[in-house]
Design a protein around this ligand. Structure first.
Ligand SMILES: [Mg+2]
Length: 379
């Protein structure tokens, strides 16, 4: 029997509009960019994957760097290789390309989709099997005003789309951020709760001052309040035993996970496929968390239904995903790249059960949103 081999790898950048502008700590965005990868095997199967980042400010990678790294460096290393040797192929990429976790995760996603389609099983079966078939999803409130956020949260709770929420902070001074979040938490008290994510923009003293007030306001968690490198600061906040501390930007590699666990610097790990270089690494990180008694939260890089499906397969396979997820990407985007977009119902996302990632690419949408030209240069 002819061996299955990787025959072709192609990428394209797409820009998809979002429903409303989203305020991060550093920028406001109105479209989301993705690098879409198609990996064709000699058996005719086409695996798809997508790479996306919150922005170049988050980790230093962008869709443009991912496309270049995949086209120029990763693809030549993978052509003519057997996709079944996925662990060995990832090791090959790691030895020859330093860093670039988001680009590597994109390649791995397409490999898993192609393998799942070849074997006729959903990706979660390749990852060890399901622990749950649906995942709770938090919606991110980012309207820009506390009144807008309270109204938006109440609307979601009333209609049954989302039950709990996360807010973005860091755009304002820590004290103003803290007051705004407490106001939101009190505005929805008794009906719902929030977690706070300042994306590493607060400092130790400002954060410590507000921990009692956050506890009193019933804040669910404080996600990455301090800069990524301040592990000792996170450990001090965790030791206060007020609001659970979640590590996001401080956690990317399996080595980061081990250090955070050893130094007792987090109560919760925010998992993300892209920042950790793929699904396999994310599972390894969840294993370290499990051994250390740390809970996991299913983070998002704001993926379309393709990346969200990949996250769902991973998160559904992790026993200690005790804090739910924020897999609201497809709902946040104004359009999608697949014919069967993922949706949330009653605050839950259902894990696809078709072979591979379980989503079918819509070529018309890809053509519609394909980036044609940027500053006179075709990409
Ligand atoms: Mg975060």
């Amino acid at each position: 029997m002819e061996k299955t081999k990787i025959k072709e790898i192609k990428t394209v950048i797409v820009d998809i509009p979002i429903k409303r502008p989203h305020q991060f700590s550093t920028e406001k965005v109105s479209t989301k960019s993705f690098v879409l990868i198609k990996l064709t095997l000699n058996n005719g199967v086409v695996g798809i994957g997508e790479g996306t980042t919150p922005g170049i400010w988050w980790s230093g990678e962008s869709v443009e760097t991912m496309k270049l790294v995949i086209d120029r460096y990763a693809a030549p290393l993978l052509l003519d290789e057997e996709p079944e040797y996925i662990e060995r192929l990832l090791q090959k990429l790691n030895r020859q390309i330093r860093g670039n976790a988001f680009a590597k995760a994109t390649v791995e996603m397409a490999l898993f989709d192609a393998l799942g389609k070849t074997y006729g099983v959903p990706v979660h079966q390749l990852l060890g099997g399901l622990h749950r078939e649906k995942i709770p999803v938090r919606w991110a409130l980012a309207s820009g005003t506390p009144e807008g956020d309270i109204e938006e949260a109440k609307g979601h709770v009333h209609s049954g789309t989302y039950a709990h929420f996360k807010t973005k902070s860091g755009h304002d001074a820590p004290e103003n951020d803290a007051r705004r979040n407490i106001r939101i938490a009190e505005g929805i008290r008794g009906r719902s709760t929030i977690g706070i994510d300042p994306n590493g923009s607060w400092d130790r003293i400002s954060t410590m001052k507000w921990m009692d007030a956050f506890f009193d306001a019933g804040i669910d968690f404080l996600e990455q309040p301090l800069p990524p490198e301040d592990i000792e600061g996170l450990a001090r906040l965790s030791a206060m035993k007020k609001v659970p501390i979640m590590a996001d930007e401080s956690l990317a590699s399996v080595q980061d996970a081990l250090r955070l666990a050893t130094e007792k610097a987090a109560d919760i790990f925010s998992l993300k496929i892209h920042k950790s270089g793929g699904m396999k690494n994310t599972m390894k990180i969840a294993g370290i968390a499990e051994a250390a008694g740390i809970s996991c939260f299913g983070g998002t890089s704001l993926e379309s239904s393709i990346g969200t499906a990949a996250c769902a397969h991973v998160y559904a396979s992790i026993p200690n995903l005790n804090e739910g997820s924020e897999l609201f990407g497809p709902d946040w985007l104004a359009d999608d790249l697949v014919k069967n977009p993922l949706t949330t119902k009653d605050g839950f996302l259902f894990v696809p059960d078709r072979p591979g990632l379980g989503v079918e690419l819509d070529e018309q949408k890809v053509e519609e949103y394909r980036r044609k030209e940027e500053k006179g240069v075709l990409i």
